[in-house]
Design a protein around this ligand. Sequence first.
Ligand code: PEP
Length: 252
Amino acid sequence: MAKRPFVAGNWKMHGTRAELGNITHVSIETETIDEVLVALCVPATLITRAVAASPGFLIGAQDIHHEPKGAFTGSVSAQMVKDAGAKLTIVGHSERRELLGETNAQVRAKAELAIDAGLKTILCVGESLAVRETGQALNFVGDQLDASLPDMVTAPIHLSIAYEPIWAIGTGKVPSAGDIEAMHARIREVLERRYGEGAASIRILYGGSVKGSNAADIFAIDGVDGALVGGASLAPDDFMPIVHAAAAAAKD
Ligand code: PEP
């Protein structure tokens, strides 16, 4: 792996104070694993407590609103999650795009607000099974990414892209190594076209049913710089093997 791998967990709508110990556990175990950048994106309600319980560990949010502030009942802004202690946010997760109808333009606005706030940003893209079956996945994801990327003159240094095929999220299904490699290459092309040489610092993560049992194979694929992990990030015993696989890949 050319870059220091980044492994981020996405807890989704799971976790209360009772699970804070899982975050501390991961934070302590990763303290000595310098080869990997590790983060947990927790529910907004847990951010402040998680940061207090594990100072120095990278705690993230799972989403922010596409406007900086205003009459958006129930939403949280980039500045709010930063104020709560988050150093990172996910934007454009497919569950929000699909279930809540979030558009590429909104995802782009979120990414711009997150980057302006100084948050590391994981921008998610990915195709549905129907798109994959038409043979148009590369074009679909390339266009989706192009329309979701922040409009910045230079490359946003704290940006990562997560390629997450929707049909692989939480299903136990994973694309073939060749399909992941081809998609990451397409994403890299779009990044280079948009940001030139600056694109080199942007990591491209894979997400979708990453587990301890398949992580080493996924990290061995050309163009994979880490993983966004859902279900397997909830319990340290499931998450840490993925971090260790990334550390091993980084040493190769
Ligand atoms: C995700 O939701 O970002 C994800 C990758 O989920 P899972 O690992 O459970 O497939």
